[in-house]
Design a binder for this molecule. Structure first.
Ligand SMILES: Cc1cc2nc3c(=O)[nH]c(=O)nc-3n(C[C@H](O)[C@H](O)[C@H](O)COP(=O)(O)OP(=O)(O)OC[C@H]3O[C@@H](n4cnc5c(N)ncnc54)[C@H](O)[C@@H]3O)c2cc1C
Length: 487
């Protein structure tokens, strides 16, 4: 513990209660990483506030002492976003986990940030409503973490990402003030600060309450599994479904290696010998779904499906989904270690980029399993390696990075939903110009001029706010164009 963090302990105990301030080095190791275990760092201390006012007081104490702080939800993030600072305070939101209010008339819920994603839908179900964003980690991950990462999920193709479902945020600013962004209606005028905050990866403040939209539970849900010899054939079915004007709730694809892993883990009994399986889910009014189902089935057949299974009751649908939902963890059955990559490509480039991934894999002798949100081009290549074999981890890292290059070359992105965090900050200059990055820094500086709120994440080069304009040899392009001034 540093002198500054040690000096904070009495004040933090006063705010949160002694039992909610963790200083024991062994206990603190619980928080040394998130779901990305290749980055580890033990926080100087951790606090578990129980209310928004406590979060505000904790942040104000950190700000006054000049101590950096990092928010943590459930720690399932896959980009090291919640990686603690050794010289800082980790603010763990897991005690703040209630669904405060469900309003079935305005179809809104107000929740605390530590509540798990699935709990919101469970609380809304008696009113015939659900919370649409559904990361595969939804049993565990927190809505606060979802807001910070702008999380997606299998059903975001039709229903949208977290940002499309958040209408108001109570936040603690990095100076320790409690305030609201958005009025909860989702139609407020002025700058869209809720939009700016959503996806900011814990760098603009800490969320303490969230107003989310709830949607009516669909009248019917039909799930269809189509098996193909190759991912290219499955990819053709995806393009043809969208081209037919149908937007399914979900279109997911798994390749042969990820099917093998899922089979080993959950015995999902997907069609034997399939080179790829496509899962298409349709939801909505019965008449609409029935009509779309026959079109989707015909498209899947025309693209070369070797077998098609359909399910419309929850138990049968769960059987189809079991393999897909287990896919990340299942890969542990066929490889001692693996990297979960997250990149995006235009849907039309899916086939070409999957081909490029196959070449990278065979050139490096590193296996890559592909499981992905095919409908929105969000790839999750799982790069497999054995860390007991010298050089394999580095080779896997190399393949993983070159997959992102392939996504960028295809006009895509270095992340679809897992965020930049600490892991991908080095790739940001490949996607953005330095002027782009400076402009993003100006937004961060507007919220956090002292750079204490989750510092060292997203941006490749640590900067103090004053340095953005001050140390440039040439003026910032916006200043040169007379569109901005330095303040
Ligand atoms: C098996 C598995 C499957 C996954 N599937 C998906 C998927 O389908 N889609 C998807 O998008 N992601 C997925 N993820 C990634 C992860 O679950 C999401 O990023 C999730 O939103 C993280 O939530 P969390 O509560 O665990 O946040 P954490 O990991 O604790 O934190 C994530 C980020 O949020 C910040 N943060 C947390 N709470 C707050 C707060 N209250 N205020 C401000 N900032 C905060 C942290 O500082 C950090 O930057 C998956 C992860 C795993 C392990």
């Amino acid at each position: 513990m540093t002198t500054s963090t040690e000096a904070l302990v009495p004040r933090l105990r006063e705010i949160c209660g002694a039992g909610n301030v963790i200083t024991d080095p062994l206990e603190l190791r619980t928080y040394e990483c998130d779901g990305l275990t290749s980055h580890r760092s033990v926080p100087a201390l951790a606090v578990l506030p129980g209310a928004a006012a406590e979060v505000a007081s904790v942040v104000a104490a950190c700000a006054a002492a000049g101590v950096p702080f990092v928010a943590r939800g459930s720690g399932t993030g896959l980009s090291g976003g919640a990686l603690p600072r050794e010289d800082g305070v980790l603010i763990v939101m897991s005690r703040m986990r209630s669904v405060i209010e469900i309003d079935p008339v305005s179809r809104r819920a107000v929740v605390e940030p530590g509540v798990t994603n699935l709990s919101v839908s469970k609380a809304a179900a008696p009113f015939g409503l659900f919370y649409a964003p559904d990361p595969s980690s939804q049993v565990v991950c927190s809505v606060g973490g979802n807001v910070a990462e702008n999380s997606g999920g299998a059903h975001c193709l039709k229903h949208g990402f977290t940002v499309h479902h958040v209408t108001g945020l109570q936040i603690v600013t990095p100076a320790g003030e409690l305030t609201w962004l958005g009025d909860g209606t989702g139609v407020s005028s002025g700058y869209d600060l809720v939009g700016a905050f959503t996806g900011s990866e814990g760098t603009l403040g800490i969320v303490t309450k969230i107003v989310v939209k709830l949607m009516p539970l669909p009248e019917v849900v039909h799930t269809l599994l189509a098996a193909y010899a190759t991912t290219a054939e499955g990819g053709r079915a995806v393009s043809d479904i969208i081209a037919a004007g149908i937007v399914p709730a979900a279109i997911e694809m798994m390749d042969a290696l990820s099917i093998e892993a899922a089979e080993a883990a959950v015995h999902c009994n997907y069609p034997a010998g399939a080179g790829a399986v496509l899962i298409v889910e349709l939801d909505g009014p019965a008449s609409e779904v029935e009509a779309e189902l026959s079109v989707v089935r015909a498209i899947c057949e025309a693209a070369g499906a070797t077998e098609i299974r359909a399910a419309d009751d929850p138990a049968q649908r769960a059987v189809i989904w079991a393999g897909r939902k287990s896919a990340f963890a299942a890969v542990g059955r066929i490889s001692p270690s693996f990297i979960v990559q997250d990149g995006v490509v235009p849907r039309t480039s899916l086939g070409a980029v999957l081909g490029r991934i196959a070449s990278l894999s065979s050139e490096a002798g590193i296996r890559v399993a592909n499981v992905f949100h095919a409908g929105d081009g969000n790839l999750h290549p799982l790069v497999l390696y054995d860390d007991s074999v010298p050089g394999q981890e580095a080779a896997a890292e190399e393949v993983s990075g070159r997959i992102l290059d392939a996504c960028l070359e295809a006009g895509g992105s270095i992340t679809g939903e897992h965020g930049v965090g600490v892991d991908k900050s080095r790739y940001m200059p490949k996607m953005f110009t330095s002027a782009d990055l400076d402009t993003m820094q100006l937004v961060r500086c507007a919220f956090d001029p002292a750079n204490l709120c989750n510092p060292g994440k997203i941006f490749p080069t640590p900067r103090l706010c004053g340095e953005v304009p001050g140390r440039r040899r040439a003026p910032h392009p916006a200043v040169a164009a007379g569109q901005a001034e330095i303040f």
